[in-house]
Structures are given as C-alpha cells and as structure tokens.
Design a protein around this ligand. Structure first.
Ligand SMILES: NC(=O)c1ccc[n+]([C@@H]2O[C@H](COP(=O)([O-])OP(=O)(O)OC[C@H]3O[C@@H](n4cnc5c(N)ncnc54)[C@H](O)[C@@H]3O)[C@@H](O)[C@H]2O)c1
Ligand SMILES: N[C@H](CO)Cc1c[nH]c[nH+]1
Ligand SMILES: [Zn+2]
Length: 428
C-alpha cells in the first residue's frame, strides 16, 4: 500500500471504483435489452456465457432445499440461526411507528406503515458465496411484512446454488429462489420473464455489473442504492493497533479487485507499521490474487497533519464502512457526517457487522453514503400520511388554501374547499 501525504492530490483516492461502472454500462445495457426481449432464452445464454453452466430450469425446488439441509454442517446451520436472531433483533427496532396527532382544532393527521408487496434480493455469487447476504436482505423484508420475497444468485459450476445460501434463504423466509446472477438477474427481476414475475423493488449488493444494472433499471422498478465493491476507511491515531487495522484492510480487499481500503492517520509510526503488517499478511493470505489487485488499485494510506484533517477526508470520501480507532472515538463520531456503517475502537472489526452483530451489511458504496443509509427494515416499508378534518378544521385552513390555490390558478382546488364550507358563490 502506498503512503501519501494529505497535501498531495487525493482525487484518485476519492474516485475509487466509480469510473469502472461507466466502463461496463454499455455491456450491461445490452444484457438488459436482451433479457427484456428474449426473456428466459436470454437468461439461458448469459448463464452459459458468464457462469459456465447450461440450465433449463432456474427455479430452486423443495428437493434442492431439503438436500442442502442434509449436506450442510450442523455447526454452520447453527451459526446462520444465531445470525438471523441477532439481525432480527436489531431490525425489529427499526420498524417506524404509526402515529396521529391533532395538529389544530379539527385537523387530525398522522402516518401509517405499509410494506412493499414484492422485492427481489440479489445475492452475490461470483468470486464468493454469500449466505450472510441472504440473511441481511430477507430478514428485514420479512420483518417489514413483504408478501413476496424473491432471491436470485448465480449458479455454481455444478448448476446449483450453494447449500448455505439455500438453507439461509429457507431459514430467513424467502419465498422463491432463482439460479441467475449478474446484470441478467437484475433485468429479470425488473421486467419479468416466463418464469420470474417482476418485482417492485430490487435490493442487495453485487459487483460492478450488478450495480450498473440496478442503476439502469431504476425508474422501471425501485432499487435500494448502489451497493458495489466493498470499501473500508479507517481513521486511526497512535492508540490504534496496526495489526488489527491490517486485518480489517485485508478483510474488505478480499471481496473484489475493485474493493477500496484506505487508512487515514495522523501518526507516521502507525502508517509505516500498518503498511508493513499488510505486506506480511498479504504473503500468507488465502485470496492473495484478489487482495493484491485490490490494494494495488485502490489501497492507500494517507498521512495527515492532525485528526481534524483525517475526519474531513473521511467525510469527503463517505466510506461504506468507517472504523474509528482513536483515543476518543465517541468524540470523533460526533464529527462524522457520511458513512454507511461505523465501527468504534480496537475490538469492532467490520466482520462483526458483516456476519451477525445485528446491523446490516448491505451498504452504500462509491460515495453513496453521503446521501443513502444502508439497507434497513424501512427499505421495505412505505409511510402513507393520513388526515381527517372536520368542517371547523377546514374553516381554519381556508385562508391558507384558497388564496394560494387561486394564485396558482387552480380554482378547482379552491372550490373543493369553498363547496364544503357552503362558500362557493362568495367570489362570484
Ligand atoms: N456494498 C455492499 O453492501 C456489499 C455487500 C456484500 C458484497 N459486496 C460486493 O459484492 C460483490 C460480489 O461480486 P462477485 O463478482 O463475487 O459476485 P456477483 O454475483 O455480484 O457477480 C457475478 C456475476 O457477474 C456477472 N459478470 C461477471 N463478469 C462479467 C462480464 N465480463 N460481463 C457481464 N457480466 C459479468 C456474471 O453474470 C456473474 O454471475 C463484490 O464486489 C463485493 O465487494 C458489496
Ligand atoms: N463486507 C461486505 C459488505 O461490503 C459484506 C460481507 C458479506 N460477507 C462478508 N462480508
Ligand atoms: Zn466483508
């Protein structure tokens, strides 16, 4: 990892993988157009091309789910159950309240909560399998009360979806699972095919092809937000442990060659020690190729003059995951404006949020944290407003509604009030 001073041009660091999406947008649009046109036939062709398997039937059946349970280690099933429990506990607390108040005499207003009817959860499956992502998407959808929860994930070389994904989907309460990945899965969920009925909203993470596809179908269907290649930014001072930081850097870089990992520190010693630790860990890492590519392209250590500057850089970067390891992490937290999910202190690795402390791991990337929050129970809910007004209440509103409506030239609006107050002829 290169160490650069905060005085240098940081635009390349800020950019991370954004440009890569633009590189694939043409290819992805072609895939979407083809799926719209040729439906299942296009899915078959792309599955053969990208996942290297020939499938005639994309839907996972009960027999396959039963087999997955039989194949899976009891210990792993138990871990999935524990994760579902913690994630369920956290996400139940995110259910917004229904409420109503009397705003003025005779004017009662409030909000009610209703679930989205159908959602598609994209579960990545290219470079790794993600049973954890099934839990992160299906559990909040279920808690929100979504009626039809559809999951799509790329098939493995044997034409199946990994056992742990099927078991996690079943335990979490998914209704349908399809063996389709990449942009073609997003297109199928957005526009429907002979086999898959279209959904109202698509959520879940994926590589640049998946993220580009979600951006392109947005408008025809709703999406959560761009949740692309993983990122971590660490704000550290001299109290941080360079070995822990290095492990966190590797843990996000191992997802994807496009993953981005940035350490921002005001301590030169921490910068050099972390660089060394990363180099040592890389040598014996399992997913060496991916990690090396990711760190070469998007791995940086930025040396700042003071913590204030580290915070400013982090706020501009708006990372997916932010780790704060400083003498007073709560004080730094107060100054954080943009981050998907925040981890405080030496003992809060991103892996805790990735798998089962309770928070969601589907988070905005590429600067999206400046405007989006991560996936939550609210992502699957709508909040219609409701009002009930008495004749007296309406009387008290007439001096607001009538003049403004008539200024806008909307006399039917104005008359809808006047007629109720037996005032229709007053201006005529
Ligand atoms: N931000 C988040 O919340 C979050 C959470 C988990 C994972 N992730 C990210 O999800 C991603 C998972 O990526 P992955 O690749 O392992 O799985 P994936 O399922 O996202 O992508 C695999 C699919 O990509 C398509 N594809 C591959 N090469 C292609 C090409 N040349 N042209 C068109 N399509 C192509 C194929 O259809 C393949 O099935 C990683 O980037 C990881 O960092 C993000
Ligand atoms: N770190 C990923 C989000 O960027 C989530 C994940 C799933 N499995 C492991 N990690
Ligand atoms: Zn991760």
């Amino acid at each position: 990892m290169e160490i650069i001073s905060s005085q240098e041009d940081l635009s390349k660091v800020m950019e991370r993988s954004k440009t890569d999406i633009n590189d694939v947008i043409g290819t992805v649009q072609d895939i979407i157009n083809n799926v719209k046109l040729k439906k299942n036939q296009a899915l078959k062709e792309y599955t053969k091309k990208f996942d290297k398997v020939e499938l005639n039937d994309f839907k996972v059946n009960h027999e396959e789910i039963k087999e997955a349970y039989e194949n899976l280690d009891e210990k792993l099933i138990n871990s999935l159950k524990l994760a579902i429990e913690n994630i369920g506990q956290f996400h139940k607390l995110q259910i917004p309240k229904e409420w109503k108040v009397e705003l003025k005499n005779g004017i009662e207003a409030g909000q009610i909560i209703r679930p989205i009817n159908s959602v598609g959860c994209y579960i990545p499956g290219g470079r790794a399998v993600y049973p954890s992502t099934i839990i992160m998407t299906v559990v909040p959808a279920k808690i929100a009360g979504v009626e039809r929860i559809v999951c799509c994930s790329p098939p493995q070389k044997n034409g199946k979806i990994a056992d742990a994904i099927l078991v996690a989907a079943d335990l979490a309460g998914s209704d349908e699972i399809y063996k389709i990945g990449g942009s073609q899965a997003i297109a199928a969920l957005a526009y429907g095919t002979e086999t898959i009925k279209k959904v109202e909203k698509i959520v879940g993470p994926g590589n640049i092809f998946v993220t580009a596809a979600k951006k392109l179908v947005y408008g025809d269907t709703d999406i959560d937000f761009p949740a692309g290649p993983s990122e971590v930014l660490i704000i550290a001072d001299r109290t941080a442990n360079p070995n822990f930081i290095a492990h966190d850097i590797l843990s996000q870089s191992e997802h994807d060659p496009n993953a981005s990992c940035v350490l921002v520190t005001d301590d030169e010693d921490i910068a050099f020690k972390t660089k060394k630790e990363v180099e040592l860990l890389c040598q014996k890492a399992e997913r060496k190729d991916v990690i090396n590519q990711s760190l070469k392209n998007h791995g940086k250590i930025i040396l700042t003059k003071e913590i204030k500057e580290s915070i400013e850089i982090s706020n501009n970067y708006a990372p997916e995951h932010l780790i704060i390891i400083t003498k007073d992490d709560e004080d730094v937290l107060k100054k954080i404006k943009n981050a998907g999910s925040i981890f405080l202190g030496n003992y809060s690795p991103v892996a805790a949020g990735d798998y089962g402390s309770g928070t969601n791991h589907v988070l905005p990337t590429a600067g999206g944290a400046a405007v989006y929050s991560g996936l939550s129970t609210e992502s699957f809910l709508k909040k219609p407003t409701v009002q009930k007004i008495t004749k007296e209440g309406l009387e008290s509103l007439k001096d607001i509604i009538i003049p403004i409506a008539e200024y806008e030239g909307f006399y039917a609006h104005s008359n809808s009030v006047k007629s109720r107050l037996n005032d229709l002829n007053s201006n005529e």
